[in-house]
Design a protein. Structure first.
Length: 373
């Protein structure tokens, strides 16, 4: 039996920073394969949901900005770099990550990519995967793979880099990611109006999606909040077209941070109820339990009695999916259809044929293919 197999299942191994990372990972992956052990690839570990019998490979020490020229609007960064440090470096040059990731003190860039979460700017600036233009990873076979690059342009072939968004470490250990960045707006103003949920949804749909002055629209606690970003003149002009029913919000930054990071009071646990995250077509009708709306109508939050799973079927009937939400972990993958689950397994098998990476987030499928050996 290998030395790896004798180690505790709760062991945590940290990838060294710099050029030794690839050789180090190859050795650990080979040991895991020989011992028929499983590994969990993680960043800071703040959103881990793997079972206790899985050893972890931490990327948090593999940190630092590899290449950043503000004039290119592109940054390449090692996966263990804390998001808060990257955002500070971008802010020094008047730039930002437009997909509005969850930024806490120790969250890493690689963790953000692996989870694939996007904030309220998503309908207007794009999701995380839209800004992910390159990756470098070591897969389950020990291959040092690079996909994409530093140039934002249309290319022939498959855009493999985007597969890393939301992959949760099932494809390999992310070493580097290349992200498109955006200039920070000169001005940003949030306004609100009290209204019913159906009226709020109608107002969101009327304002559309895509690039423009509107950069966020959220409904919570009986109020619709709209965020406008751009030049001072254009933002002020946009506000004059809203009418007298809208009032400017003083503590707007705290509002958006609280909602994007699920720190708003709406997300506080409720005895006997489960919070559900429902992704549907923006123009889908409101479910009776809808308590909050984001993504210009495409994301709904609902509190439901424990054990009630009717939202799964309801979401599927409206072109989407629903899953219980755990604040420190996020959604599980049980919202995926059998076809999508099978596809996820198939993609994971290409990068990890020996299945050494933990796949507990995926539900098993009946006709699952046999592991490649």
């Amino acid at each position: 039996m290998s030395a790896f197999a004798l180690q505790s299942c709760r062991d945590s191994h940290r990838v060294p920073n710099g050029s030794d990372a690839v050789a180090w990972l190859r050795e650990r992956f080979a040991q895991a394969r020989d011992a028929h052990a499983q590994l969990r690839i993680q960043g800071a570990g703040t959103h881990s949901q793997a079972s206790s019998n899985v050893s972890s490979i931490s990327m948090k020490d593999h940190a630092g900005i590899v290449e950043y020229d503000p004039s290119d609007l592109v940054v390449t960064v090692r996966s263990g770099t804390p998001l808060i440090e990257l955002e500070h470096a971008l802010a020094c040059h008047g730039q930002m990550l437009a997909f509005e990731p969850v930024v806490r003190q120790i969250n890493t860039v690689g963790g953000a990519v692996a989870l694939g979460w996007s904030g309220s700017r998503r309908p207007y600036a794009g999701a995380l995967r839209d800004h992910l233009i390159g990756i470098r990873l070591v897969d389950g076979q020990g291959r040092d793979l690079r996909f994409g690059g530093r140039v934002v342009k249309n290319v022939a072939g498959f855009d493999v880099a985007r597969l890393a968004g939301g992959s949760r470490g099932m494809l390999g250990a992310l070493l580097e990611v290349t992200l498109r960045v955006m200039p920070r707006p000169e001005a940003e103003v949030t306004v609100s109006t009290a209204c019913a949920a159906d009226k709020a949804l109608a107002l969101m749909l009327a304002r559309g999606q895509g690039p423009g002055l509107l950069s966020g629209s959220v409904y919570v606690d009986g109020c619709l909040f709209l965020r406008y970003s751009g030049t001072s003149f254009s933002v002020q002009h946009a506000l004059t077209t809203l009418g007298d029913n809208f009032n400017q919000v003083a503590e707007a930054h705290e509002l958006w941070r609280g909602f994007v990071h699920q720190e708003h009071a709406f997300f506080s646990s409720k005895p006997g109820e489960t919070l559900w995250r429902v992704s549907v077509r923006p123009d889908a009708p409101l479910h009776a339990s809808t308590g909050a709306i984001d993504w210009a109508g495409g994301l709904r939050w609902c509190w439901m009695p424990n054990g009630n799973h009717e939202l799964r079927a309801w979401a599927r009937s409206h072109g989407g999916h629903a899953a219980p939400w755990v604040p420190q972990v996020g959604c599980d993958f049980h919202a995926l259809s059998e076809g999508m689950t099978g596809l996820s397994y198939g993609l994971a098998d290409i990068f990890d044929p020996y299945r050494i990476f933990d796949r507990s987030a995926l539900q098993p499928v009946v006709k699952e293919s046999a592991p490649c050996v």
